[in-house]
Structure formats: structure tokens, C-alpha cells
Design a protein around this ligand. Structure first.
Ligand code: FAD
Length: 420
């Protein structure tokens, strides 16, 4: 029910157009996690729910890798959000701006104040392009691109086709990112394209990564080392991209293993950037973040996904402080846990369901080649294959088909409908 407040009722209500709403469950974010959760809760009989989501379009981001390789068109990855917000769920098309967990209120950028009994936080991750000097201005131009945006993934494909040899540089930042394997997927598919075009021999492919290794999980790393050798890629670790000079076509890296923080300049003819990432700013500066965490992840128990200080708040997806890879595959396993635990808390019980850190990364290593990396919590994340009978430690064609056809079908028709 929408009530328009009169002046003076609260600080926020100083805006005369302010609308006040209240729902038993409020979900912030209608992306992979928010919609999956809403669909599952609706199936579990919940009727009084709202989703705060600004975008009219829902994106299937994992497919941007294949858009960049010219396998599918960008439009196949976007559908109207309204088709996926479950019936009877109130869609507030706005940005959440402030959360007041003491008074159980969410204020939106447009000035609505929405009360809740239970809150689920799922606004994804923030792409911090601005942390790399000169990057934002040159994205999509001067052969500088990134698969991390709907409008730029097709640019990767366009620039690859224009590329005539030279240095193809791919970067990965030191912060946690969504789909930790995506920077390398972009690189391997591009290298395979250049090989097929016959110009890989005239190309130096460099992986400038702030990481210390190709992949934490040893079973995955071993395969990727073979892939890197196959394409003749030169990995350069401990390198955080600090600036891009589009005129000189130079990428400037800070050397993370050098106490003097010296810099290294790598000239490029093609540059694919994955930006540093963090929790959305409104969370970073708010009461739900891990205290003292500059990146601002939501402070939830890593198994129950319940907030550590506010038991009526849960978080899942990329914004949550979980020591595992941030992927849609992880969301698929987190959502049933949140539903079960939320329903328990709603009926006065202690949450019992536990998320084991499952995440998966379909590592595209070339056209028709994919290694399905699956893992759970552990240091490093522990190898955890779930597909019986076949050896997913290898690069496989059937796993490529799974990514190309199976997973998009599963996403749009089953996961977002709360069925898997
Ligand atoms: C290039 C690329 C390749 C990837 N490959 C894979 C893969 O192969 N497999 C895999 O499983 N995952 C992959 N991922 C990761 C996957 O897409 C994400 O992990 C997943 O979408 C996370 O779900 P989420 O709901 O947390 O975030 P999102 O799906 O990003 O949704 C967040 C939503 O919150 C909304 N929002 C933002 N700010 C606010 C606000 N202030 N208030 C309200 N709403 C807000 C956004 O509009 C968005 O709709 C890939 C991602 C990229 C970019």
C-alpha cells in the first residue's frame, strides 16, 4: 500500500512528493540474485514482496564472453526486466540509496521510503572504471575495450577484427571481481580468433594481472598453464593497471611486489581491461558493510547468508562478503539457502541451511573448448566437480555446448523462474 506522508513526519519526509511503502520482504536488486530469490519466495507462498531495481533490461552477463568472440549477438543477452519480476511482486523502479536497519527502512534515489520486515540485499557489484586513470574516456575507442559492459562486449569483437598484429594486452585487477575467470576467457578466445586468422604469430599476447597465479585451484591452474603455453601468452603477475594513455597507446601498471611501487609501461595495439570492483557505494558507506572494509561487502555469515548484526537482513550474489568466486552459478546455490533461512527466521526459528561456497566458472579456452571449473570453500577454493561420468578437468567440446546453449536456457527458463 502506498501512503503519501505529510511534511515533518521524518527527515526523509521533508520531500513533499515522498511516498511511503511497506512490504514484508524487500529485495534490493533485480539481477540474477534478486529475481531468482523473488521467484523462489513467490513459489514458497510469499505474497507481500517488493524488488527495488532501476533497470528496465535484464542481462545475461555470462554470454558477453561469447558476444566478444563473435559467437552470438549482444541482443541475445538482454530481455525486458518486467518479464521476470514475478507476478504480485511490487517492482520499485529506482535505485536504493540508503538502508536504515535500525528502523527497517530503505530510501531510494527518487525519494521513496520503503519499510520492511525482512530485507534481502542483492544489488551486485560496482565497476570502478574511475580507479584507472584515463580509462573511462577511452573505453570503446582507440582499440580499448572490456567484456564487462553490454555496450562494450561487441566492441571487443569489432576491434579484434580490425587488429592487424602487434601487442594484444589483457588485464585483471587485484580486487575481487565477478567471474574471476572472465579476464582470461576474453584472452583465450581472442588468441584463438587470431590463430584462426593467421596473425597470432605476429602478435604478442600479454596477460597483465594483479594476481600471483593463473587460478587458485590447482586442478584448474594446471589446465590453464597448458592453454597459455599453447597460445604463446606471456603472463605478467603482480601488475595492477593504474593508467591508460590512449594517445601513446600505453598501459601503465603499478608493480605490487615492489615496495617502492614502481611502474611499468606496456605499449599496446589492442587492450582489454577488467576494472577494479567493489560493493556499490551506497553499501560501502552504510551500516551493513563489513566494518572497516574499504570495498564495502555486506557482512553476512558465509554459510547461512544472514547478516552478522541484523538477523532480519540477508545478502547474496556479488555484493556479499563470501570467500568464493562471485558468479551466477554461486547465486544458484545461494538462493535456496537464503529462502530456507529467511522462512525460518520469519517463523521465529534459527537458520539451518548452509551454503558450502559452491561456485563454478565455465572457462572458455578457445572456440569449441571449455574447462568447467567447479569449487567450494577452502584455501584455495577446493575442486568440486558435480557432473558425473565425464572428466571436467579437461577442456571439452560438450562443456562448450553447455555454455553456448544449455546454461542460457537454464538461466532464462528455469533459474529466473525459481525452478532450479
Ligand atoms: C563478462 C562476464 C562474464 C561472466 N561469466 C559468468 C559465467 O560464465 N558464469 C557465471 O556463473 N557467472 C558469470 N558472470 C558473473 C555473473 O553475471 C554475476 O556473478 C551475477 O550476475 C551476480 O548476480 P547479482 O544479482 O549479484 O548481480 P547482477 O546480476 O549484476 O544484478 C545486480 C542488479 O542490481 C541492480 N542495482 C544496482 N545498483 C542498485 C541499487 N542501488 N538499488 C537497486 N538495484 C541496484 C542492477 O541494476 C542489477 O540489475 C559473468 C559476468 C561478466 C560481467
Amino acid at each position: 500500500m502506498a501512503i503519501t506522508l505529510s511534511h515533518g513526519q521524518s527527515a526523509a519526509s521533508a520531500v513533499s512528493t515522498l511516498k511511503k511503502l511497506h512490504h514484508r520482504i524487500v529485495i534490493i536488486g533485480g539481477g540474477t540474485a534478486g529475481i531468482t530469490l523473488a521467484a523462489r519466495l513467490a513459489r514458497a507462498g510469499q505474497t507481500d514482496m517488493a524488488i527495488i531495481e532501476p533497470s528496465s533490461t535484464h542481462f545475461y552477463q555470462p554470454m558477453w564472453t561469447l558476444v566478444a568472440g563473435g559467437v552470438v549477438g549482444a541482443n541475445t543477452t538482454a530481455r525486458p526486466e518486467e518479464r521476470y519480476v514475478p507476478r504480485n511482486v511490487h517492482w520499485v523502479q529506482d535505485y536504493a540509496q540508503e538502508i536504515d536497519p535500525e528502523n527497517k527502512l530503505v530510501t531510494t534515489r527518487g525519494g521513496s521510503v520503503i519499510g520492511y520486515d525482512f530485507l534481502v540485499v542483492a544489488p551486485g557489484i560496482q565497476l570502478d572504471w574511475h580507479k584507472v586513470e584515463g580509462l573511462a574516456e577511452t573505453l570503446g575507442k582507440n582499440m580499448v575495450t572490456s567484456n564487462y559492459r553490454f555496450d562494450l562486449a561487441p566492441k571487443t569483437w569489432e576491434f579484434l577484427r580490425q587488429f592487424k598484429g602487434g601487442t594484444a594486452l589483457f588485464t585483471a585487477p587485484g580486487t575481487p571481481i565477478k567471474c574471476g575467470g572472465a579476464p582470461q576467457k576474453a584472452m583465450y578466445l581472442s588468441a584463438d580468433y587470431l590463430r584462426r586468422k593467421g596473425i597470432l604469430k605476429d602478435t604478442k599476447v600479454i596477460f597483465g594481472s594483479a594476481g600471483t597465479t593463473l587460478f587458485g585451484t590447482p586442478e584448474v591452474r594446471k589446465v590453464l598453464e597448458g592453454v597459455v603455453a599453447r597460445y604463446g601468452i606471456e603472463p605478467r603477475f603482480y601488475r595492477e593497471l593504474a593508467a591508460v594513455d590512449p594517445v601513446k597507446k600505453e598501459a601503465i601498471f603499478e608493480l605490487k611486489n615492489d615496495p617502492a611501487k614502481s611502474r611499468e609501461t606496456i605499449p599496446f595495439d589492442f587492450l582489454h581491461v577488467v576494472p577494479p570492483q567493489s560493493a556499490p557505494d551506497f553499501l560501502k558507506n552504510g551500516p551493513l558493510a563489513v566494518p572497516g572494509d574499504a570495498l564495502g561487502w555486506v557482512d553476512v555469515d558465509i554459510n547461512t547468508l544472514q547478516h552478522k548484526r541484523y538477523p532480519d537482513v540477508f545478502a547474496l550474489g556479488d555484493c556479499a562478503n563470501l570467500p568464493t568466486a562471485k558468479t551466477g552459478a554461486a547465486v544458484r546455490k545461494q538462493a535456496p539457502v537464503v529462502v530456507q533461512n529467511l522462512l525460518s527466521v520469519m517463523s521465529g526459528k534459527t537458520p539451518q541451511a548452509k551454503y558450502n561456497g559452491y561456485s563454478s566458472c565455465p572457462l572458455v579456452t578457445g572456440y569449441g573448448k571449455l574447462q568447467l571449473a567447479e569449487f567450494i570453500y577452502g584455501t584455495p577454493n577446493e575442486w568440486h566437480p558435480t557432473i558425473p561420468l565425464i572428466d571436467t578437468k579437461k577442456e571439452r567440446y560438450d562443456m562448450w555446448l553447455l555454455k553456448r546453449y544449455g546454461l542460457p536456457f537454464l538461466y532464462w527458463n528455469l533459474m529466473l523462474r525459481g525452478l532450479v
